[in-house]
Design a protein around this ligand. Sequence first.
Ligand SMILES: [Ca+2]
Ligand SMILES: [Ca+2]
Ligand SMILES: [Ca+2]
Length: 272
Amino acid sequence: MKSIVAVFILFAMVLYILPCRADCPYDHLVIGCNEDGEPNTPDDRVLFLDTGQLYRRSDPNRREEPTWLNWHYKLFPFGGDPGASMYVIGEPGFDVLTAQKDPNRCLTGVKNVDYRIIVECLDISPGLLAGTLFGDIMMANPGDSFNHSALSDTHIHLYYQAPAPGNELYWIQYRVYDELHDPEFPDRGYLPSRPTTVVFGRSPEPGDIHVDGKTDLLDLEKFSLFWLLQSDCDVRNSRGQAALDLFDRADINRDYRVDLHDFRELSRNTRP
Ligand SMILES: [Ca+2]
Ligand SMILES: [Ca+2]
Ligand SMILES: [Ca+2]
C-alpha cells in the first residue's frame, strides 16, 4: 500500500495538483437523483450517475479539448517514460449535481443525516487500481467503496493505475447507493443507481457491453435492460458518433438508440 501511495504522490509531482472546482477540466461522474427530471415518476428517489462528462477528454492527442472521441480512456506511461512499469490517468472522479445547476435532479436534505452516499466498486479488472492521490481511498476489488458524503468537498479526483502495457483492456464498474435508505420507509433516502462502467486502455470488442473481455450471455442480459431506449441528445464527436455513453455501452453503433442495429453487432460477436 505504501508503494501505491508513493506512486500517486509522484504522479502528482510529475503532473500537477488540481485546485479547481467550477472550471475543473477533468471528467467526473456526477451523482444525482430523479434522472428524468420530472416529479411524481418512479425514479424520483432513485440515484443515478450522470455520464455527460464521461470520456470527454478521451482523445489522447487533444486532452485539453472536450472531444468525447473514444469510449475509453488511454492510460499514459507514468512520468512520461515509455518504459514505465505502470500506466496512469487522473480521471474520472466524482461530483454531485448542485441545486444551481439542476434543481430538479439534485439531492435534497442534509448529507449524513437524510442520506449517506456510498460509491461502490461492483467490478474491476485484474491489475487496475482506483484511488485518491494520498491513498485514503483505494479500490482494487469488487465491493470496495468509499463514503462520498463524508468528504469535505463533493468534488473528488480519482486516479487509475494499471501495469504496463497501458493499451490492455481495463475496466471498473461503479454504482452509488444510500446507506441510510430503509426499505420500510421508501420516502426517505434514495434507491441505488444502476451500474456505470468506465473503460481504460482500449475499447472492448463490440458487444462486450458487460465489460469483461468476452462477449456472451451476460452481455445479452445487460443489453435487454436498455432495449429500445433512445435519446434526442445530439452531441456528436468529430466522427459523427454519439458522444455521450448514455446507455452504458449498449448503444454499440453510437447513434443514441438501442435497437436492432446494435443487436446485430452483439449477436455477431456473441459466443455461447
Ligand atoms: Ca421523476
Ligand atoms: Ca462481456
Ligand atoms: Ca444504436
